[in-house]
Design a protein around this ligand. Structure first.
Ligand SMILES: [Fe+2]
Length: 450
């Protein structure tokens, strides 16, 4: 029996494929022109010590002119993939140019970056305004990218681009001090700010929060453990003694003091969004009561998260913590044009139990209403990205996600009307293969030269 993270649709696919003019049920909206890309672990030797460790593979569908013109999947050719390069050399020195680049794929300042939180980004080729070099195909790997030598830490897989300034905010963390470093790239992609942030110990900092005025770090009690590292699995475990805190940095004082707010111990991989509200900061997160007590599980994450709201009162120095929903879900996203702003809507993915199917839920954070799209028995969605229909942030658009069908052992790219989520799909693009369960992706519009 394979380990849970190598079984069923967690198992890697063995081939890289290019397929064209894909069959569609329904109709691809004419307004959708671009690539839907999603990254995930796909160990090339069909073995890895943990779900989070597999080599990154990006699965892309290109939509254009009402058609699904191509599907392509490619491993990210890091030197860990090509040469088996370890994250540390024989003398224990970190090699940030190695790694698996398996968690996210984002675009900023004209670069498409595959990301994992333990190393540098890897830049991918993607056709758009700049023609690809001769002999290079979409999703081929250009190489590690360190912002022209300025980046000296790993980079989170969850950078946040401010929709107002175009700046990309991010951080790096590691097991050696300084454990946490905040970074900011300007709209042109130049890394202009890097500063250490003091935290008590080396914790797993997967994601963070951005508002119009603030950055909010989450220093939570899942702490580095050398024994687990030596055993070859995820080297983090729950620690009752560590405490939990949120660190607030003003964006207009980026080298200033980070102000810490204590909260109840918990873990959060992913926030939904955050925004400023006068003297308050409102943060919506998918919160785990605890994670990895005794060490991580083979399957990755078996604990369950639900939607919570933290309201930080900057005047009173307090945090109000409220559970918003009791449904188990993950992969929260909003319309990316509203990152850091008061987005009314956000959506999450639920996996369902045995014999059931998964669903997407869309929260109306203003009214509390929840709309669901159930995919039916044996059909399981992944993270969904919002693709806008027009230039109105928070307005009309579609949710795009890969859906695995256990009966056919294949996947579809399903396109749903975000404003009418319970309705049948607008389109289902039928892929010739399955897309293994993975992590994060993005809809990248208007890159395709027609
Ligand atoms: Fe993530």
């Amino acid at each position: 029996m394979p380990a849970a993270h190598l079984a069923g649709n967690y198992a890697p696919v063995a081939e890289e494929l290019s397929a064209y003019d894909l069959p569609v049920t329904g109709r691809v909206p004419d307004a959708l022109s671009g690539w839907y890309l999603r990254n995930g672990p796909n160990p090339h030797d069909a073995a890895s010590g943990h779900w989070f460790f597999g080599d990154g593979m990006v699965h892309g569908v290109r939509l254009d002119g009402g058609r699904a013109t191509s599907y392509r999947n490619r491993w990210v050719r890091t030197k860990t993939f090509t040469d088996g390069a370890p994250l540390r050399d024989g003398e224990g020195r970190l090699d940030l140019a190695a790694g698996v680049a398996n968690t996210h794929v984002v675009r900023h300042a004209g670069r498409t970056l595959a990301l994992v939180e333990s190393s540098f980004p890897h830049e991918l080729h993607l056709s758009g305004s700049t023609p690809l070099p001769a002999g290079v195909c979409d999703l081929d790997t250009a190489g590690p990218y360190d912002f022209g030598g300025r980046l000296t830490t790993a980079m989170t897989a969850h950078p946040k681009t401010c929709p107002t300034t175009g700046e990309m905010h991010f951080f790096g963390y590691g097991v050696e001090a300084p454990y946490l470093t905040y970074h900011r790239a300007d709209a042109a992609g130049d890394l202009v700010i890097s500063r250490p942030v003091d935290v008590p110990g080396p914790t797993m900092l997967h994601d963070f929060n951005l508002t119009a005025g603030h950055v909010v770090f989450m220093d939570l009690p899942v702490v580095f453990d050398l024994e687990l590292a030596l055993a070859g699995t995820m080297p983090y475990r729950w620690d009752d003694g560590y405490g939990a805190r949120l660190g607030v940095l003003r964006r207009d004082d980026p080298y200033g003091t980070v102000r810490w707010f204590g909260i109840d111990p918990c873990y959060v991989f992913h926030p939904l969004n955050a925004h400023d509200d006068g003297d308050r900061i409102v943060v919506h997160v998918m919160r785990y009561a605890e994670l990895w007590r005794g060490g991580p599980r083979s399957g990755g994450v078996t604990e369950e998260a639900a939607l919570w709201r933290w309201t930080l009162d900057l005047a009173a120095g307090t945090v109000r913590e409220e559970q918003i929903d009791d449904r188990s879900a993950e992969f929260p996203r909003v319309d990316d044009r509203l990152v850091g702003l008061d987005s009314r809507f956000g959506h999450v993915t639920t996996t369902g139990g045995d014999g059931e199917g998964g669903a997407l839920l869309r929260y109306d954070l203003r009214t509390g209403a929840v709309t669901a799209h159930e995919f039916g028995p044996g059909r399981f969605p992944a993270e969904a990205s919002f693709a806008p229909a027009d230039d109105v942030p928070g307005g009309a658009g579609w949710l795009l996600t890969y859906v695995y069908d256990a009966a056919t052992d294949r996947s579809d790219l399903v396109i749903l009307d975000a404003g009418d989520l319970a309705a049948p799909p607008v389109a289902s693009v039928h892929l010739p293969v399955r897309v293994p369960y993975g992590f994060h992706g993005n809809w990248l519009a208007d890159l395709c030269s027609r």
